[in-house]
Design a protein around this ligand. Sequence first.
Ligand SMILES: [Zn+2]
Length: 263
Amino acid sequence: MKKIFCILIITAFTSACSTTPISGKQAFLLTSSETENQQGEEAYRDILAKEKVVTGTREAKMVEAIGKRIAAIANQPDFKWEFKTLQSDTPNAFCLPGGKVAVYTGIFKYAKNEAGLATVMGHEIGHAIARHGGQRMTQAMATNVALAGLAAVGLAKMDPDKKGLVMAALGVGATIGIILPFSRANETEADEIGLTLMSRAGYDPQEAVNFWDRFSQAGGKSPPAFLSTHPPSPQRKEHLQSLLPKALTEYQSSPKLGIGQEF
Ligand SMILES: [Zn+2]
């Protein structure tokens, strides 16, 4: 118990409030970005080893090109960006801390074009830039002392249940069977960052609203995990529309690629 307390106190002293770029929001974190990025890297390797990674296709090349354009304007020097395409009918995507992005082939039919996919990738990258994984770990640690020590431990050294929890907190829940949606506030912030990123990267931000309209059709009897954690609600649409004027200004001084190529 004493040891855990010491870890908590030490961690509290070495961490602080951090200001999120673009949204300007304050976040209190008990985790360090170094550890988050390290754990993100490990979780990514774990997932890539289990999933079918698609390489060399037109779509996989487009995912990489979109990712690189966003990375070029995202100003995240500590990220070691990677953009992988994974074979799966489930429409899903994630970005782990440190810039480890995965896009599932099932989302292409809703993305429809590059700007549509930039909406999804920008949103997921937004979660990573805002360190929502670290925020979730911080909340878990604050309410469960057994998790306190995990802030500085590699995934390989954790027992499977704790490892699952950390991976879910970092944002790959659906992939490993644990669905843990980000909070509404986190979602709103990721939408704002994502819209700014796609606009600066050169994609028409109007397409973000169109994407969520298309994606709302993906419902049906058993909505896919990404849809259940990302409801295309009227509030989401209204929020995006309220951000559009500013995003369009960003877009005007970008390379202006429009909606890009169709998938
Ligand atoms: Zn999200």
